[in-house]
Design a protein around this ligand. Structure first.
Ligand code: XLS
Ligand code: CA
Ligand code: CA
Length: 437
């Protein structure tokens, strides 16, 4: 059997914060209990097939820069099988419980639609065997409806019905493949579902088309008995200038408008949140408040760069704040933390893929520990309780229950006079957070 990662002899294990072994976890101790669940149950890490196995290190200025053993076979299907074997060796050595894929990551496009479907079917069978052998599971599947030139003007939002139908047919097979592999979720990221200029675009019609597309998917899932959670992944821009799934609020509004609300949750990505001008934790809080936090893509961006850099998370503040939202909302259910992250182009060795993931897993494990310590201490909760305590009286309660009136508020003010100005204590709270980090 070919070994694709000979530089990593054994499974990456937890050795504790004192370890100097770069191929060991310092914080991710999967069986460690935190607030009644193991780290593994809280975090449900997944490896992204596309970045980890398929990224060739090319960028708009330079040629592919990495050579991977699994890319050596010249026949596309042989290459797909070698890639899949390498993938499962990687997942196992990393002890990652889950992975995620696009249909076209797993298997190549063929000469016709039918040939592409046959390729996918063969590769699904191959992956299924490897899942069984290794115990690695599929967190989510998705269809790549953005790379091929046919999707230049969108998939579900395309002005040409022929392309819409092609995308629908492709999604049909991707959902079936996800079901066949026991996928716990199915993601829709609208890579080309947006527009560049209104000069050639009917915005309203395109949104209606997108809704119709989702309704077809909901119907099909029902028809074949796919019970995984459907997730929409918001992103404000890139590749299109205006994307219809801008952020969590926009997607929730879209779902409500088109009678899709009950069928979807959100897959939120850290880097997409910041591109939308939000913090990562803001997006998690918006979804959490609506009971719609489905899953998370945990890559980070770079504050000095204005695009989606998909870097591994290394920032403890960001992971602690994210895990605070996750814990407060009661966890992510059937979702997980997917490393939609790639190593930087100059990190061109296969072992760098391990360093990226190990660092990301440790950073989230620490984020979890920090968030749990903050919650168990109760300091933030106590502060908020005190801050909102003026809402406890009977008039505030009747306002909340829809029984108030402007006149009752006026009566209250006439009695109480001027409200006291109070501090929000931001700097004090930031200092408190630092004492946990
Ligand atoms: C791209 C997206 C994409 C989705 C899956 O920016 O993050 O990778 O997660 O299609
Ligand atoms: Ca993503
Ligand atoms: Ca991304």
């Amino acid at each position: 059997m070919t070994v694709y990662f000979p530089e990593v002899k054994d499974t990456v294990l937890y050795e504790g914060p004192g370890s100097k072994n770069p191929l060991a976890f310092k914080w991710y101790d999967r069986k460690k209990e935190v607030m009644g669940k193991t780290m593994e149950q809280h975090l449900r890490f997944a490896v992204a097939y596309w970045h980890t196995l398929k990224n060739d290190g090319g960028d708009p200025f330079g040629a592919p820069a990495v050579s991977r053993k699994w890319n050596e076979p010249s026949d596309p299907m042989d290459r797909a099988r070698a890639t899949c074997d390498a993938a499962f060796e990687f997942f196992t050595k990393l002890s990652a419980p889950y992975y995620c894929f696009h249909d076209r990551d797993l298997s190549p496009e063929g000469d016709s639609f039918k040939a592409s479907c046959d390729n996918l079917e063969k590769m699904v069978a191959h992956a299924k065997t490897l899942q069984k052998e290794t115990g690695v599971k599929l967190l989510w599947g998705t269809a790549n409806l953005f790379s091929h030139p046919r999707y230049l003007h969108g998939a579900g939002t395309n002005p040409d019905f022929h392309v819409f139908a092609y995308a629908a047919a492709q999604v049909k097979h991707a959902i079936a493949a996800t079901k066949e592999l026991g996928g716990e979720n199915y993601v829709f990221w609208g890579g080309r579902e947006g527009y560049e200029t209104l000069l050639n675009t009917r915005l309203k019609q395109e949104q209606e088309q997108m809704a119709a597309f989702f309704h077809l998917c909901v119907d099909y899932a029902k028809e074949i008995g796919f019970t995984g959670q459907f997730l929409i992944e918001p992103k404000p821009k890139e590749p299109t200038k205006h994307q219809y799934d801008f952020d969590a609020s926009t997607v929730l509004n879209f779902l409500r408008t088109y009678d899709l609300y009950d069928h979807f949750k959100l897959n939120l990505e850290a880097n997409h949140a910041t591109l939308a001008g939000h913090t990562f934790e803001h997006e998690l809080a918006v979804a959490g408040a609506a009971g719609k936090l489905g899953s998370i893509d945990v890559n980070r961006g770079d504050l000095l760069l204005g695009w989606d850099t998909d870097q591994f998370p290394t920032d403890l503040y960001s992971t602690a704040f994210a895990m605070l939202e996750v814990l407060q909302t009661g966890g992510i259910g059937s979702g997980g933390l997917n490393f939609d992250s790639k190593v930087r182009r100059p990190s061109c060795d296969s072992v760098d893929l391990f360093y990226g993931h190990i660092g990301g897993m440790d950073t989230f494990a620490r984020g979890l520990l920090i968030a749990a310590a903050i919650i168990e201490d109760g300091v933030l909760e106590q502060f908020k309780q005190e801050r909102y305590s003026p809402w406890q009286g009977s008039l505030p309660q009747s306002v909340m229950d829809g029984q108030g009136s402007l006149a009752l508020c006026e009566k209250f003010v006439l009695e109480k006079g001027e409200p006291t100005v109070k501090s929000g204590r931001q700097e004090y709270l930031e200092n408190v957070i630092n004492s946990f980090i």
